[in-house]
Ligand binder design. Structure first.
Ligand code: GAF
Length: 389
């Protein structure tokens, strides 16, 4: 039984009414890591791993949410002030709060959700929960909110309820994904174009370290602060600089000594990565997959060296993948400190690649890495509408 059927069945058993069903995907990012909160470009896509949400009005102000995978549930009253709670509940409470703050009228609802996006794997299960609920609520209550606004609401929920000062990439990709298309998003003004990713001879393969180091969110916020510190110093010399996206390698070198050495290395990674995304788009336009792969490799080196958001497990997976002739590019993906690597691999050799990675990683760390051969899919959408009353 697929996840959508499972949540539908569970919802019907609990509430004896037909819910609206929403599918909300995880995401990959081909290149452009940690550039989103520096106003730069990113190149993400929605994928086949997803959250399924069954949702319907409750007919009162009461809201009840069941997380099937976690065997947990909670209730709150949306007529009272919605405040942060703990753990996964904050993704939903944050979305409800920020919809209300923007003047959208929410009544009570019942919801059941489940999913197959591994938590803490860097595939953005949190943005998928936020996107499922923000989109689901707009549908059941007839709210006239655009998708980019829902993405901003998800991001605000992260900042104010979850405590992660994330960029906009994950929420945007979740809500704007399209089959076989990457999204080239300019995080400064949220303008975007779709870039086809159609290479039938190649697969996107994700290798999950199965670790998620606990410092991830505090280190993430620290990186963001360090970037802002760099901007502050550089702005003294270049008043036109609003974010690291406006800084060229030459400008950074010129004022290297004015920067703390760690801050300088953080800035160097971002400035170089901003250029790599532009170069990667040029490669995609020319079907130059080898060129794209070299850029992905360079991104990993920057994330591991200058930005220091990798970890031994991710570096090890990359070191296993890189020497193999079937691998076009390999790097850590997402916020870092665990989660997955993203690899572009010749389709015919995916099995050999997976076997090799699985054997070596299991020998090294005593745990099997999960390996997902992923596809690029639609963003958050409804799969059924409740019958008219
Ligand atoms: C996490 C964040 F949520 C994103 O906004 C982005 O910064 C990413 O890490 C790194 O590119 O997924």
């Amino acid at each position: 039984m697929c996840i959508a059927d499972k949540v539908n069945e569970r919802f019907m058993a609990l509430y004896h009414t037909t819910p609206l069903l929403i599918l909300s995907p995880g995401r990959v990012n081909i290149i452009g890591e940690h550039t989103d909160y520096n106003d730069g470009f990113v190149l993400p896509a929605a994928i086949d791993k997803k959250i399924a949400l069954a949702i319907a009005p409750s007919g009162s102000g009461r809201c009840t949410v069941h997380a099937a995978a976690l065997e947990d549930s909670f209730s709150f009253d949306c007529r009272e002030e919605v405040r942060p709670a703990e753990g996964w509940k904050n993704y939903i409470l944050g979305v409800v709060h920020h919809l209300q703050q923007r003047g959208y009228r929410i009544d009570g609802f019942n919801a059941v959700f489940d999913g197959d996006i591994p938590i803490g794997s860097g595939l953005s299960s949190s943005a998928a929960v936020e996107g499922a609920f923000s989109f689901g609520l707009t549908q059941v209550f007839g709210l006239d909110a655009e998708r980019f606004e829902l993405a901003l609401i998800g991001q605000q929920a992260e900042h104010t309820f979850v405590g992660v000062n994330c960029g906009i990439m994950d929420q945007f990709a979740n809500l704007h994904g399209r089959k076989n298309q990457l999204i080239r998003l300019d995080c400064r003004d949220l303008s975007y174009v779709y870039v086809p990713f159609n290479f039938p001879g190649y697969k996107i393969v994700l290798c999950n370290t199965m670790v998620h180091h606990s410092l991830a969110s505090s280190a993430y916020n620290e990186r963001r602060r360090q970037c802002e510190e760099g901007v502050k110093v550089l702005r003294d010399h270049y008043p036109e600089v609003k974010s690291l996206r406006d800084v060229t390698p030459a400008m950074l070198e010129e004022h290297k000594t004015a920067l703390d050495s760690t801050v300088y290395r953080r800035c160097r990674y971002i400035v170089e990565e901003t250029e790599r995304v532009v170069a990667a788009c040029a490669c995609l336009e020319k079907d130059d997959l080898l060129g794209l792969g070299r850029l992905m490799d360079a991104t990993h080196d920057g994330l591991s060296g200058d930005y220091e958001v990798s970890c031994p497990e991710l570096d090890y997976l990359v070191s296993l993948a890189r020497p193999r002739s079937e691998v076009i590019g390999s790097r850590m993906m997402g916020g870092g400190f665990g989660g997955c690597t993203i690899n572009i691999v010749e389709a015919d050799a995916v099995k050999d690649f997976s076997d090799h990675i699985t054997d070596a990683y299991t020998r090294q760390y005593g745990k099997r890495p999960d390996i997902y051969v992923t596809t690029i899919e639609e963003g958050t959408h409804a799969v059924s509408y409740p019958p008219a009353p």
